[in-house]
Design a protein around this ligand. Structure first.
Ligand code: C2O
Ligand code: CU
Length: 472
């Protein structure tokens, strides 16, 4: 017969459990060393530390400049665009190839390019004042690197981003792996929203008090590939790979497909440990999802693709326009998945290397400052993480707003939400931290340098919610 201890003993017991991680952090023991080794061992083979270039250089030229774009016909919207289109051209290369992009700045202000999610050499990361100087008007900069991972990535400026990205500067970078199966169509959907006034003119006040007091700038028109309510032609029987990218300043999308059941095969560019059904996935700014979707043979007409979130009103994103005259044979193959994904079931016993405190304060250049550990901006080197070793990080949101936290140059796994173990069978580079929520993540940094760590609600980042961490 088990005897339950009295209330006092219970509280002592609980206190002991809750403080275990701090205890472990304060007194490194043989046990934490063994645990760390075990976690690093589990990580091995998840993704490669280096990738040897095959020797083929793929060169592109991008020019950032003012342009006109038809988001909502018949209006012409004055935008800022790469090579005249919003989003910019899709850059597609094969794994092993070297990407070379000459970026010319024909804007009236400085810019840079960040390659979101790509494990680049630090000097190619595009963070002004950290990894490179700003590219001045009329100037240019050539980025060159060999992506180490195949998948769905994107690029955008890292300077005055609430305005530059909102006005249309962003695009997709797709790294293909020739070993992956061939879908009937491989589609890239860059999702965005726009805050329009007077027809379709971009509202010209940026980083407003309203944006800062809320979850950034949410627009009144949502688009896929720069178009309002596009019809995307598909055929009955087709098996589609749809690569969703959230390029909005602040909006969280939660996509759903009318009566269809897509599977998620990759998150933030990296194949999941196993495919899983798409349902209520919060696609925060910066996040990507790769979907595997079969258009049923009996499908007909226009299928709706919608998005909603937290009970906010539903928005129609696009239509799948199903041609039924030609029914194609559905390709059969196992969807791609990660070769190896660590379970890290013991990871919550590892010490917390750093707890980032997310909060707001009055003051600063915008009247409201969003802070990390009470500080603003990338001058705050918030943490140093050991190269090749397991680190557990905690983000604690003291505020009532959303913060999709993005780590440059690394992938991490969600370990816990509010202290409760959480199971996600995939890597992320951006994680939505909810109001008053605390999340723990684990990672093994494989790229040295000074990397940005910031909220991907662009207005929050601009008003301070930006820091760096060092990997050495
Ligand atoms: Cu897509 Cu530092 O961001
Ligand atoms: Cu934020």
């Amino acid at each position: 017969m088990i005897k339950f201890p009295g209330p006092i003993t219970v509280s002592v017991l609980l206190t002991g459990l809750l403080t275990f991680s701090e205890f472990a952090a304060a007194t490194p023991s043989a046990d934490t060393g063994v645990l760390a080794q075990q976690l690093e061992q589990e990580f091995k083979g998840a993704y490669s530390e280096r990738l040897d270039p095959v020797g083929k250089v793929r060169s592109f030229e991008l020019t950032a400049a003012p342009a006109e774009w038809g988001v909502v016909p018949p209006y012409r919207t004055a935008v800022w665009a790469y090579n005249g289109t919003v989003p910019g051209p899709v850059l597609r290369i094969k794994l092993g190839e070297t990407l070379k992009v000459k970026l010319t700045n024909n804007l009236a202000q400085s810019t840079t390019m960040h390659w979101h999610g790509i494990r680049v050499p630090n000097a190619m990361d595009g963070v002004p004042g950290v990894t490179q100087p700003p590219i001045k008007p009329g100037g240019s900069f050539t980025y060159q690197f060999t992506p180490k991972d195949a998948g769905t990535f994107w690029f955008h400026p890292h300077l005055n981003s609430p305005e530059q990205i909102e006005r249309g500067l962003h695009g997709a970078l797709i790294v293909e792996d020739s070993k992956e199966p061939r879908y009937s169509q491989d589609l890239v959907w860059v999702m965005d929203d726009w805050l329009f006034e007077n027809g379709a003119s971009i509202y010209g006040q940026f980083v407003t008090g309203h944006d800062l007091a809320h979850d950034g700038r949410w627009g009144n028109v949502v688009t896929v590939n720069g178009k309002y309510l596009p019809s995307i032609p598909v055929k009955a029987g087709e098996r589609l790979r749809i690569r969703l990218i959230n390029a909005a300043n602040g909006r969280v999308f939660s996509p759903a497909f009318d009566g269809l059941s897509p599977k998620v095969i990759a998150v933030d560019g990296m194949p999941a440990g196993a495919p899983f059904p798409l349902s209520q996935f919060n696609l925060a700014p910066g996040n990507r999802l790769d979907l595997d979707l079969v258009i049923p043979k009996e499908a007909a007409g226009k299928l709706l693709v919608v998005s909603n979130r937290f009970g906010r009103s539903q928005q129609t994103l696009a239509f799948l326009d199903v041609a039924t005259k030609t029914v194609v044979k559905t390709p059969t193959f196992e969807p791609p998945k990660a070769a190896h994904f660590p379970a890290w079931t013991e990871a919550l016993a590892a010490p917390v290397a750093h707890e980032f405190i997310l909060n707001a304060e009055r003051g600063g250049p915008y009247g409201i400052s969003w802070t990390i550990d009470g500080k603003i901006g990338h001058e705050n080197v918030a943490a140093t993480l050991p190269y090749g070793k397991f680190s557990r990080l905690r983000y604690t949101n003291k505020s009532g707003r959303l913060h999709p936290m993005h780590l440059h140059g690394q992938f991490f796994k969600l370990l816990a939400v509010d202290g409760e173990p959480a199971q996600e069978n995939f890597w992320r580079d951006t994680l939505l931290v909810g109001p008053k929520q605390s999340v723990d993540v684990g990672l093994v940094p494989l790229d040295k340098g000074l990397w940005a760590n910031h909220c991907h609600i662009l207005e929050h980042a601009e008003a301070g919610m930006m820091s760096t961490f060092k990997v050495e």
